[in-house]
Design a protein around this ligand. Structure first.
Ligand code: AMP
Length: 300
């Protein structure tokens, strides 16, 4: 079944201790859609300005991503984010965010998107996530992602969103911020009370935790020896996860556990290059190989 991904379609300028790369393809929706496309037909909903390079449109198309819902505003500027990593590659500082065409964007779903069964509301302003939900016809499974910024400036919209989605994904530090609770398992319980049946906590290089009606599932991260650029790892994780889930049948929670492992592995490829470069170079076969390796690492 197909997946709809809405989020930012961006140009990212990224600085690591070893290199600097300006205006790469980035954004939550770009990373997530590329990741999802390894597993299921993927539709992108986003907006770009006149400065968005044609080669990036070709890149989406090369992954079979449907662009019917990608609006182009020739007179506008594409969302631009720049960030800098510290030596440990875990801590990141946002240097600048230019909203550009996203600031006044009100998404309109093409008719062919309205009945998409699997939906990822990737990181973007919560009112945009709500507007997409308003236009969907009975989706099967909706996942929402977010970031600390929206908790700081649009908390009521975010809380209202939590009662409308099946699953909510956030970082460990964001979970602590939202619930004022440092213990991740207590934080999870509090987030369930806000609405979502499934809560997924991203712990970066320490993996992820899923909580659902059947209990807790703990997933390790794929052990990488070298991280080139972790930007978009969280988006690749959730994109790979929903893409894999859309390709499955049967018990949802069981499939969600396997989906988390596939998301984890897709994210590991993302970290091996700048922007989406390494993710776009991988294959379903290479992903499946790493899933097998990960399986062997945790069997006991
Ligand atoms: P991640 O590393 O998974 O947290 O995601 C990084 C991506 O998020 C980058 O490609 C950015 O373009 C995008 N991004 C940065 N700030 C925002 C924001 N305020 N809203 C949505 N996406 C953002």
């Amino acid at each position: 079944m197909s997946v709809l991904v809405v989020g930012t379609t961006a140009l990212d300028s990224i600085k690591t201790p070893k290199a600097e790369n300006p205006r790469l393809l980035g954004g939550s929706a770009s990373h997530a859609a590329v990741a999802a496309s390894f597993f299921a037909p993927t539709k992108l909903l986003g907006v770009v300005g006149g400065d968005f390079p044609t080669k990036y449109l070709r890149l989406y198309e090369g992954h079979g991503i449907c662009l019917k819902g990608l609006e182009r505003v020739p007179a506008g500027q594409t969302f631009h984010w720049s960030g800098e990593y510290e030596v440990n590659m875990n801590n990141r500082r946002t240097l600048d965010t230019v909203l550009g065409v996203i600031e006044h964007w009100s998404p309109k779903l093409p008719e062919s998107y309205e009945t998409t069964p699997y939906v990822l509301l990737a990181n973007i302003a919560p009112p945009i996530q709500h507007r997409v939900l308003d236009q969907l016809k009975r989706p099967k499974f909706v996942v929402a992602d977010t970031m600390d910024l929206w908790m700081n400036i649009m908390l009521p919209d975010l809380l209202r969103l939590l009662s409308r989605v099946d699953a909510f994904v956030l970082n460990e530090s964001e979970a602590a911020q939202l619930t004022k609770e440092d213990n991740v398992f207590t934080a999870i319980r509090r987030i369930h009370r806000l609405g979502p049946r499934y809560v997924i906590i991203k712990k970066g290089s320490h993996g992820a935790v899923l909580s659902g009606p059947k209990g807790i599932f703990i997933a390790p991260a794929y052990p990488l020896r070298k991280v080139v650029d972790p930007t978009g790892a969280g988006d690749s994780f959730v994109g790979g996860m929903i893409g894999y889930l859309a390709s499955t049948k049967g018990d949802l929670e069981k499939n969600l556990r396997r989906a988390i492992i596939h998301g984890t592995v897709t994210a590991s490829f993302c970290c091996e290059g700048f922007g989406v470069v390494a993710t776009t170079k991988t294959t379903r076969k290479a992903i499946d190989q790493r899933v097998k390796q990960l399986e062997a690492l945790v069997r006991f």
